[in-house]
Every structure is written in C-alpha cells, then in structure tokens.
Design a binder for this molecule. Structure first.
Ligand SMILES: *Cc1c(COP(=O)(O)O)cnc(C)c1O
Length: 465
C-alpha cells in the first residue's frame, strides 16, 4: 500500500467524516422506512444500473462512494424495517441492537477463539445462559452462534448423527459413511426446506427421509409417527413457515425419549413463543428435544444474521464441529468456533446480548405476544372484509385464500404494487394463498388496519380487471 493511500485513510478515521456521513444517511433511512412503500419503486430498480460500471482501476473517494451507495442503494432496498412489510418471516430490528451492531462492526471482532476476542467470548457465554433461562432448558445445554437456522439445523442434525453413530460404536468423523450402520431420519411432511437441505448436505440422502403425514395445519399426526428407535433422528417443528403451527412436542418427545431417538426441533421463529407466558403452551414439551435451531434475526428483531443452535449434548456438538490447527490456542474460556461449522465469525453475540439486555424477559414476552396480537387483529379485520383465513392463527402467520388461484395471485400482485403493504404467496393444501407474517416490533394496530384496507382495494382492483 502506498504511503499516500494509508495517510488518506488515516485522515478519514481522524476526521470521522466517513462514519458521520453513514450515520446521517442511516437516520434518514430509518425514519423514511416507516412511511415508504415496502417494495422499491420501478424508478429505484431502474436506477440500480448506476452500479453497473467498470471495476475502477485507481483509488476512489469515500465520500463519493457513500454518496453513490446511498443515492442509488437506499431506495432500492425492501423496507422490512417499516411496519407494513409482511413478506417471508423477516423481522424488524430493535434500535439498541442496530447500535450495538454498529459498535461491534467498528470493533471488528473475530469470535472464533477467546484469544481473538475475550469480549465476544464473554457475551456468547452470557447469551447462552440467558437463552437457557428464557426457554427453561437444563444447564447441560450449550449454544452455538451462527448465521441462521439453515446452519443451526445442520449443526443439530450433525450432533445427532455424531451421537447416534458413537452409541452404535462408529466414529463418523474418522470412519465416514461407507460401511456405517444405518441411521433413520424421520421428519414431518411439512418440514421447512432447510431441513431437507441439511439432510442432503450431511449425506443421508433425501429419498431415505421417512416423511410423516401431517394434519390440516401442517402438524405431525401422532398416529402416523413410525416406531422410533435409538438409531433415529426425528425432526420436529416449532412454527410452520406458512401456518405458524407447532408439533405436539409433549406427546412426540415422550415417544422419542423412551425410544432413545435424537430429536431436533426447528424453531426458527416459533421457538420464541416459549418466551411468552400466554403463548408458552405452544412449545410445551420442547425440553424433550436434544437440539434446537432458532433465529434472533426473526422474532427477536436483531439484525441479520443471527442464528442459534442449542444442544443438550456438548460433546456431540463440539465433536461434530471439530477442527484443529497448530496455531489454535484453546483455553478454559469459551471458544465460539467450537460450537459452529465456521471459524472466523463476526461477533453476533454482541447485538444478541444488547437485544436481550434491553428487552429483558418482560420485553421479549411483550414483543412476541404483540406479534401474535397483530396477527389475530389482521385475521379478524380480513374476515370482517369477507376474506377467508385458512390457518388457525396460533402465532404470527395468517394465510388468506381467495375464490380461485388466479384471483389469489392477482390480489397478491395488486398488494405488492400498491405500496401500502407487502405480502407474498405460498401453496397451501394445493391451492394458492396469500401469506402474511407479522414479525416486526414496529407494526402498529394502525399499520394492520391500513394493510387490511389495502387488501380490500387489491381485491376490488382484481375484480374490476
Ligand atoms: C427461516 C426458517 C428457516 C431457515 O432459517 P435461515 O435463518 O433463513 O437460515 C428454517 N426453518 C424455519 C421454520 C424458518 O422459518
């Protein structure tokens, strides 16, 4: 690096200009996102062509670069931090966790090893302990902090795979799959796509999954559950990604326990129901699970990416994630990488800690229950406008069906182009549905009413087309 380039960057640090500039844009954005159309305008999307330029040969200017990014970038974002974005299960962001994330980004801490960041190690430890308390899990549970539920599901199943093989006298790490005893994978027919992905990545083969039939809400039918045994990994779900439904953990885990099967519970957004006094009944019996996957970036409203794996078998998880290297310095302190597939990792425990410390148990309860209340309000208002709701609104998901698939898809298109709110589609029981996820603390009663009116307008427009 030339002396000139280095001095230029030092100057930017000293004058604070670059970070100040970003801060100003950020404040502007956060306020605008509350009122703006959730999806970018056509003009904003067309303007993205301003990023199509030759790779610069020489050094640029931070001020101009940020200016460019903000001018053409901000308006082309999806305003999922606003109150009327109901697409996917995205979740908003708590101000305190954005701020903590900013600081953490400046600190640029690698949370792989304690010696790389004692702070990151300590806050992971604190989050682990608070999460166990929040969900009423025994002390033997350990947590890994990773990008999201897709990774967390992979870790949970990998830990189960390690443990089951070990119990059968086989070391999967050293002996691999060839000649190994058989492991069965049992999952509900309506499991999230990330489950199948993890199963495929771990080498079991999708065709070997024993799919269990589900009821009208996507819950595993107890009567259809095959006999379980000690070589089975059973995957359950807390929060169906469309209907929001929960498997009957109490009955199913009891069976799995007595059969000595490994139970993984995919609770990406739904597990948080266990943190609400009024919704806790949905997760009753989860303590019968061996591993859990969940996302703080969904229901808890931390920034991306903030996934968590919880596992009751520390040895199985850490053995499944084992790495070695002569330069690695392990100590008696927590080394975050021991619980995840990744080595270098940003310190996502920092913003998770900030969110949990800020909300406390009461605040988390209020946040989670509030999402449910808004979902119930949405379904009631839509029903009053003669929309048909096809799911039991047990948590934060509302599924709307119209007279025909064509009509449903037309209404989705109209909603999405209305600029009033944004909801996506899904297939439910073979038919097209509108899928509404209420996952942001920002969403108010008024946002819901305004959005319900936007549904009515979208239907009128479709009928008159
Ligand atoms: C979102 C989700 C996933 C995938 O989680 P990522 O954080 O996107 O990797 C898995 N299962 C369920 C039920 C989900 O809602």
């Amino acid at each position: 690096m030339t002396v000139n380039l280095r001095s230029k960057m030092f100057l930017e640090l000293k004058k604070k200009e670059t970070l100040e500039q970003a801060k100003d844009y950020a404040f502007d954005y956060l306020n605008k996102a509350l009122e703006r159309s959730p999806f970018p305008s056509n003009e904003a999307i067309i303007n993205l062509k301003n990023f199509e330029e030759p790779f610069p040969k020489s050094t640029g200017d931070s001020k101009n670069i940020l200016e460019h990014l903000n001018r053409y970038g901000a308006d082309a974002t999806v305003a999922s931090t606003g109150g009327r974005y109901f697409g996917f299960v995205n979740g908003g962001v708590l101000p305190v966790s954005i701020a903590a994330r900013w600081l953490a980004d400046v600190w640029d801490q690698n949370s792989a090893l304690y010696v790389m960041s004692p702070l990151a190690s300590k806050l992971e430890e604190v989050c682990e302990s608070w999460l166990k308390e929040l969900f009423g899990l025994p002390d033997r549970f350990v947590a890994g902090f990773l990008s999201g539920s897709s990774m967390a599901i992979l870790c949970g199943i990998a830990a189960g795979r390690y443990r089951i093989f070990k119990n059968l006298g086989w070391d999967i790490n050293t002996q691999g799959f060839y000649g190994a005893p058989e492991i069965r994978i049992v999952a509900g027919r309506q499991a999230h796509g990330a489950v199948a992905k993890a199963v495929a990545l771990l080498g079991f083969g999708l065709d070997r999954i024993e799919w269990v039939d589900t009821d009208s809400q996507g819950r595993i039918l107890l009567s259809e559950l095959p006999d379980l045994d000690e070589s089975t990994i059973l995957i359950l779900q807390a929060g169906h990604v469309s209907s929001g439904s929960f498997d009957d953990f109490e009955s199913i885990c009891a069976k799995a326990r007595s059969a000595k099967s490994w139970v993984h519970i995919d609770g990406a957004f739904g597990l948080w129901a266990g943190a609400s006094a009024k919704l806790k009944h949905l997760t009753k019996g989860i303590d019968g699970g061996n591993s859990f996957s969940l996302d703080a970036h969904k229901t808890l409203n931390t920034p991306y990416d903030n996934g968590i794996v919880l596992c009751d078998d520390s040895e199985a998880l850490t053995q499944a994630m084992r790495t070695s290297g002569s330069y690695m310095v392990h100590s008696e302190n927590r080394d975050g990488m021991a619980y995840t597939p990744e080595m270098s990792r940003r310190s996502r425990g920092i913003e998770l800690w900030a969110a949990m410390k800020y909300l406390g148990r009461d605040g988390i309860d209020e946040l989670v229950y509030g999402l449910h209340q808004r979902a119930v309000q949405m379904s009631e208002e839509l029903k009053a406008f003669d929309f048909k709701i096809v799911n039991e609104v047990v948590f934060n998901q509302v599924l709307v069906i119209c007279d025909s698939d064509i009509m449903t898809n037309e209404i989705i298109k109209n909603i999405q182009s209305s600029g009033e709110c944004w909801a996506g589609g899904a297939i439910w029981d073979g038919k097209a549905v509108i899928r509404i996820s209420i996952c942001s603390w920002v969403t108010t009663e008024e946002d819901i009413s305004r959005s319900a009116r936007a549904f009515v307008a979208a239907r009128s427009k479709a009928l008159s087309a």
